[in-house]
Design a protein around this ligand. Structure first.
Ligand code: ADP
Length: 747
């Protein structure tokens, strides 16, 4: 007996392969989407990495330039000594000033602060004699050749062994130094030299360097014109700077993931190389290594150009690789599999539940029990489907948004082609998710139907308007006929009626190659009768009983041609029946089909206010500065919405949960709050209630727009009751967000 029972229980094998096409289709579509999504995120990661790289590079440039400016102040301070002392500055004054500066601590990399006197050939001998008198009997000016102008380094503090190598050196005799000195003398501004090797350098740890000169004029002489400046020049206050010490002390640590070079001049010949972090860090890179990013920056300051060339290092690439969105790829593949499993379960469980029930009836002889089990199984499946579909909505929002953003910024036509494909595929998946969700709700009889007055003609023309383009494309005539005795306004669920009409009319156009599609509405006493008639391919007799079942399609090859999920008619039938009507079909193969459904004419019983969800306002109410508080715990949605907002240049503050939102709202002056519903700690409904309470009788109330993946009417009602102005159901596109925001701000 158990053997017989087992053989009649349906098992996986009894579920024939032809039911697998749908889950497979879902799998393929969602894998394709995952792939595109992953690539899109990867591109964004790369762009972001480049921005981070450039920002780091800019930071390094500005740190170094800032340090130069700091140092200029030291030179100007030294110069000021002459003015204070009426020109009579002595070696020991200089020594005291420089000692007080604590160069080692405060200006590492600066070798010293010196003074070089400007001398005519006539002054030379007297000058040498006076320095020798100070206690330096060997002092002379180097090089010793005769010339008309001499300069001589007489003070250079700290006067250590290294700096003593420069004592008496005539910097003006050397062309590179001379250029900077002339520039300083002529302009009166601080100048620096191109690359030089300082006379202080020895054979050990030889570095390149440069000098910074501030011209020093006699305090009691005018310096307005070039000639006056020439006449007034007394010498130069200057500093020798060793570049490696200067850079490494300024930056504290050299970046590990970026190499950079500094060239003196706007070009980069090797001879102009001032600094190389690669050489300093003794880094060896593989011969074939090519940096991922290169950033080139030329800065003009102190009369010279400095060219910075930044290059990424392998450590940077490793970082980028680590951040790559493998998690997205993995999550995407996982949810693809989940989604197709769902489709599989959906297609199979209904049949199976019925068969189990039947089996139980026979095997155990307990009819009631069998039914309860079947119902429970069906309920559990519906719950599961609806939970998972909701979970899919959030990543879908991010995906569709990311593709939309990429389409806005990516100008490459190959990329755009791929992105358009991804966008189409995501729309398809979105429709599918919605249909599965809808169907599971209908099956579990958990659809909240609206009962409001609405204009029937508008509802019909809206549905037909959405499909008019398609009808025209297929060369099919499109007619609407409403009998005179049909009331203009009726009570019911406008949105759901629209959904049924879209499905039936959409099918009629889809399956008609020539002729017409005609929609007729008549009044048959206490009911309205809607007829959608086409002159299309028709439905074979043996299939006509089955087409209202889920995933049933007359010819699966037509799916490839026409698209579709096989859920539309099952949903339409479910909705019509929930509304108290009936649906049926008549058809002749090759001649056409006629779908008819009825709806009871109702009188208004429910007087709930219009939720205002879903009406699209025109976009473009000018560009006022809208201060936004974005409350959202999911970082991906946060980033996406922030991106949407930044396109309108709206300053945005982020809060990550309800209590954070309240704290931020209290200290800021916001025009708009975008409030996610489900958040840890305090959810969006509670946060909204508290904000409204805190606002009290205030005249200007902030606009609060809810963001949710739960489109059920109860949730939407709760949102409005908590004080939200409107709710956006995920996924939404930027245009929808702007439209809703503009509409409410205009109020
Ligand atoms: P689909 O998304 O595949 O169109 P439906 O449930 O809406 O799913 O339709 C199920 C099947 O019924 C279609 O695949 C098609 O074979 C058949 N069908 C529906 N409407 C028509 C029609 N007007 N003419 C011919 N066949 C139709």
């Amino acid at each position: 007996m158990p053997k017989a029972a087992v053989s009649s229980v349906p098992n996986a094998h009894s579920f024939s392969l032809r039911h697998l096409w749908f889950p497979l289709l879902v799998l393929v579509i969602s894998l394709v989407i995952t792939f595109f999504f992953w690539r899109a995120i990867e591109r964004m990661d790369v762009e972001r990495a480049e921005q981070i790289f450039q920002a780091k590079a800019e930071e390094i440039v500005s740190q170094l330039i800032r340090r130069l400016h700091d140092h200029e102040q030291v030179l100007l301070g030294a110069n000021a000594l002459f003015h204070m002392q009426g020109g009579a500055v002595t070696r020991s004054d200089w020594q005291r000033y420089v000692t007080a500066l604590k160069l080692n601590e405060n200006h590492p990399g600066i070798l010293g602060v010196g003074y070089s006197a400007w001398l005519s050939s006539a002054q030379k001998d007297l000058h040498i004699a006076s320095v020798r008198d100070e206690g330096f009997p060997d002092y002379s000016i180097r090089p010793s050749e005769e010339r008309s102008i001499y300069t001589a380094i007489i003070w250079l503090e700290p006067f250590n062994w290294r700096n003593q190598r420069a004592f008496g050196y005539d910097m003006y005799s050397e062309p590179v130094r001379r250029r900077a000195m002339d520039r300083a003398r002529d302009t009166g501004a601080t100048s620096i030299t191109e690359v030089i090797t300082l006379v202080q350098e020895t054979k050990e740890d030889k570095q390149r360097g440069f000098l910074m000169y501030a011209p020093s004029y006699r305090w009691d002489m005018p310096t307005r014109t070039l000639e006056e400046r020439h006449r007034a020049l007394r010498g130069f206050v200057y500093s020798p700077i060793r570049i490696n010490d200067f850079v490494s002390n300024t930056l504290t640590t050299l970046p590990g993931s970026i190499d950079f070079e500094i060239y003196s001049g706007a070009d980069s010949p090797p001879s102009a190389l001032l600094f190389s972090s690669k050489t300093l860090a003794k880094r060896v890179l593989p011969d074939d290594y090519r940096p991922t990013f290169v950033y080139d920056k030329v800065v003009e300051d102190y009369g010279v150009y400095w060219r910075f060339v930044f290059k990424t290092l392998p450590a940077f690439d490793a970082e980028l690789r680590r951040e790559k969105s493998y998690a997205t790829l993995f999550a995407g593949i996982l949810s693809s599999i989940l989604l197709s499993a769902l489709a599989f379960v959906q297609a199979r469980s209904r049949r199976q539940a019925l068969m189990i029930a039947e089996h139980m009836l026979i095997a155990k002889k307990a009819a009631e029990e069998g039914k309860v089990v079947a119902e429970q199984a069906s309920q559990a499946k519906s719950d599961f489907l609806s939970t998972v579909s909701h979970e899919i909505r959030t990543p879908m929002t991010v995906f569709m948004g990311a593709v939309e953003q990429l389409l806005l910024i990516d100008k490459d036509s190959n990329h755009r082609q791929l992105l358009e494909l991804a966008s189409q595929a995501s729309r398809r998946l979105y429709i599918l998710v919605n249909e599965i969700l809808d169907f599971s709700k209908i099956e579990a009889k958990r659809v909240d139907l609206d009962e409001n007055w609405f204009n029937l003609g508008n509802c019909l023309s809206e549905a037909m308007g959405m499909l008019a383009g398609k009808a025209k494309e297929r060369g099919v005539d499109f007619e609407l006929e409403i009998a005179d005795d049909v009331p203009e306004n009726i009570v019911g669920d406008q949105y759901r009626l629209g959904q049924i009409l879209l499905n039936l009319i959409g099918n009629a156009i889809k399956f008609t190659d020539q002729g017409e599609v005609r929609v007729v509405v008549t009044n048959i006493g206490d009911k309205l009768m809607f007829t959608v008639r086409d002159t299309g391919i028709g439905i074979p007799e043996d299939k006509i009983d089955k087409i209202f079942e889920t995933f049933s399609q007359v010819d699966s090859s037509s799916t490839r041609r026409h698209g579709g999920t096989g859920l539309g008619l099952a949903i339409s039938k479910g909705l019509v029946e929930l509304m108290g009507g009936e649906i049926g079909v008549q058809s002749k193969l090759g001649q056409g089909s006629q779908f008819v459904f009825t709806l009871p004419l109702k009188h208004k019983v429910f007087t709930g206010g219009d939720l205002g969800v879903g009406d699209d306002a025109a976009h473009g109410a000018g560009e006022p500065d809208v201060r936004v508080l974005l409350v959202e715990d999911n970082p991906m949605i946060r980033e996406l919405v922030s991106m949407y907002l930044s396109r309108r240049s709206w300053p945005t503050t982020i809060a990550v949960n309800g209590s954070d939102a309240i704290a931020k709202w209290q200290t800021g002056n916001y025009d708009l709050v975008l409030m996610d519903l489900q958040m840890p700690d305090m959810d969006g409904l509670e946060a909204t209630r508290q904000i409204r309470q805190l606002e009290g009788g205030r005249e200007k109330k902030v606009v609060i727009i809810g963001l949710t993946a739960h489109a059920s009417r109860n949730v939407l009602r709760e949102c409005i009751e908590s004080g939200m102005n409107e709710v956006l159901v995920k996924p939404f596109e930027s245009a929808r967000l702007y439209a809703v925001v503009d509409q409410h701000l205009a109020k």
